[in-house]
Write a protein that binds this ligand. Structure first.
Ligand code: ZN
Length: 169
């Protein structure tokens, strides 16, 4: 009698176990389907339903409306960081054109860069202007077309008496 009872309990137990296993499997399948759905939907969500367009016939200006990229920037005058308002995260040029030179990108932030001047600081006064991109000194920096992820460093050293004399002789 007691044996029979325990046997029935065991079968019940086994049935319950099976039921749990079935539930776990169902949960797993649901979980995987959900993950797949999210993985498939995410790119569409990010691009706002438009997949990355490749339209070579379109003009650069038209494509420019969709562009958004960044260039790291550090500008110093006599070693002191030049404060440039509105830089993204205080150090990135926020660029929305597909092609832009360094002076063009800086002009958006009210900074004037020419071959010889950084704002009001000019090399005719004996100062020195150096520009490097990704650690490489750049001679022709006014015509350099920026690329996404570039790190630009602009340094102006004002004339010191010694150098002014050196330049004069
Ligand atoms: Zn940005």
């Amino acid at each position: 009698m007691a044996k029979k009872k325990s046997k029935r309990k065991q079968t019940e137990k086994r049935a319950r176990k099976k039921e749990w296993a079935r539930r776990r499997r169902r949960l797993l399948v649901t979980g995987i389907s959900l993950l797949l759905l999210v993985a498939l939907a995410l790119p569409v969500f990010i691009t706002g339903g438009r997949m990355a367009p490749t339209r070579p016939t379109e003009s650069p200006a038209a494509r420019g409306t969709e562009a958004h990229w960044h260039v790291g920037l550090s500008v110093t005058v006599d070693g002191q960081p030049l404060s440039i308002p509105n830089l993204e995260n205080d150090r990135f040029l926020d660029i929305h054109d597909t092609a832009t030179t360094l002076p063009q990108a800086l002009a958006v932030y009210g900074v004037r860069l020419t071959e010889t001047c950084l704002n009001e600081n000019c090399t005719d006064d004996g100062g020195r202007l150096t520009v490097s991109v990704n650690g490489q000194p750049m001679e022709d920096f006014t015509r350099y077309l920026l690329r996404q992820g570039d790190e630009v460093r602009i340094e102006f050293s004002k004339a010191v008496e010694g150098r002014r004399r050196q330049v004069a002789t």
